[in-house]
Design a protein around this ligand. Sequence first.
Ligand SMILES: Cc1cc2nc3c(=O)[nH]c(=O)nc-3n(C[C@H](O)[C@H](O)[C@H](O)COP(=O)(O)OP(=O)(O)OC[C@H]3O[C@@H](n4cnc5c(N)ncnc54)[C@H](O)[C@@H]3O)c2cc1C
Length: 262
Amino acid sequence: MEILKYACPQSKDEAFRLIREEHGTAIGGAAWLRTNTKTIALGVDLAGLGLEYVREVGDHIEIGAMTTYRELETNPLLRARFGALFETTVSHVVGVQLRNIITVGGTAAGRYGFSDLNTTLCALGAQVVFYPDQTMDLAQFIERGAKVPFLLEKVLLPATAKGTYHQMRISENDFPIINTTAVWTGSEWRIAVGSRPAATRLCPKAMALLGADLHPSDDILASAARAAADELQFGSDIRASAEYRREILPVLVRRALMEVRE
Ligand SMILES: Cc1cc2nc3c(=O)[nH]c(=O)nc-3n(C[C@H](O)[C@H](O)[C@H](O)COP(=O)(O)OP(=O)(O)OC[C@H]3O[C@@H](n4cnc5c(N)ncnc54)[C@H](O)[C@@H]3O)c2cc1C
């Protein structure tokens, strides 16, 4: 990666202007950006915007775009509200050094197929806030993308939910072959699946099968897990075939559902 011109704006207005009007490239942790050889005409470093936070506001939790994975992994508020969900989601991502750098904003903005975190965020029903004032469901954003350059300011989560993350990797430092998060929101089940190897999708048919009951029977759990595999599309890549992913997924979904149900 080569950056021809570098800016480190101190206000969101200025960062947004540089991105929208001067075609600047937002720089989060820059861990992913630096893996390619692209030349960036104008790099807009978001480090001066004060977007590193996890806080409770009213009935939801806000996570600033520059919050690192390590913060998600160790944050007491997230631990209190979601148990070990964030830790189990991000702790597979390479090592602590990288998790100290990579950001929530860079992950949501990138809509990466292999993402561990986007799967958990979608299962939680996360919304993304684009500066200055557009809020969108993350699952929809991942599916549709954005038509214009954007500044992702923060991610919104419900204040609490019960969820668990399961994934399969060939080796610990690799991308996942397949991953899933199951969540009980307090009134409904949500299931997201990522690394198909395409990006995260929700599983509405499987979610509907589970109904509004925190304690569905084993048979219903098994049917929902199979439905999740039936309703999604899978692809083949160097890590696994589509058939293998389709076979493995119901096992992971069933385990995740059983763990949440207890
Ligand atoms: C070696 C390596 C291994 C990895 N392994 C895994 C893995 O196993 N599982 C996994 O889930 N992830 C993995 N990742 C990806 C990582 O988790 C992050 O998703 C990724 O690095 C992006 O975060 P970043 O902060 O580095 O973003 P950057 O590299 O800074 O940016 C990525 C993209 O998002 C844009 N962007 C960044 N922030 C914003 C913002 N606030 N608003 C608008 N656009 C923005 C940038 O312009 C760029 O296009 C890996 C990354 C690396 C480098």
